[in-house]
Design a protein around this ligand. Sequence first.
Ligand SMILES: C[S@@+](CC[C@H](N)C(=O)[O-])C[C@H]1O[C@@H](n2cnc3c(N)ncnc32)[C@H](O)[C@@H]1O
Length: 245
Amino acid sequence: MSAQYDAIAADYKRTRESPLRRYVEARSFFSLLGDVCGKNVLDLACGEGFYTRRLKQAGAANVLGVDISAGMITLAEEEEGREALGIRYVCADVAELELGESFDLVTATYLLHYSASEAELGEMCLRIAAHLKPGGRLVCINENPMQTANDYKGYTQYGFNKSVELPRVEGSPISYAMVSGRKMIRFNAYFYSREAYETALRAAGFSDIQWHGLQLDPAGAQECGAEYFREYLENPPIAILECRL
Ligand SMILES: C[S@@+](CC[C@H](N)C(=O)[O-])C[C@H]1O[C@@H](n2cnc3c(N)ncnc32)[C@H](O)[C@@H]1O
């Protein structure tokens, strides 16, 4: 898994320019997060710090970013070196995480669906719970388990493609191909049903599990036209997951 993102770290960083990330993904994520002022936040699968930095800029007291890819952590630290926000970064596998600290809020944008098995999904959820204070919240952006395998279409106009090995079962590989600048980047994740996610989360002590749809920032509709986002919003490949310890 580490190698997967080491190889595409710089190209993945370019996806932050996508209108979908700015006007749908980030909007949906932050409106659900609400006020993070003064909170201690652990940002898992932080990548090059796309959300990690925004969390700190939104007023979080302390933010720690964790990612398994050394290449991604290097990019995040370079950005911190250019403009220091006081963020700490650690290169580690969430399934084996032991930071010896606990946080008010854990965010995990694009993490859980990289678990290569249901056992690993369970480990990740346990490790996340171990780093949350009682009553703390976990908010994730995740591959959308409510889509059927037939729904994985209609994204070419947005510069990416999503496909799954059939028959789709728990742990089936999902392949993404995405245009980044003049390159095509590819990465793999895994399909798990909503039940599989919720079972793993409950076993780790989480409750109040909710899946949320996506929202469009009015600024995006103004810049690109609402029609641009319509097909994506009608068949969202991602969902926001929220639960509490
Ligand atoms: C699609 S990127 C998302 C990065 C960032 N959260 C964002 O939204 O821009 C997924 C990230 O998950 C990281 N990742 C995957 N499995 C992981 C694991 N077991 N532990 C920590 N990070 C992991 C990858 O290295 C990669 O940086």
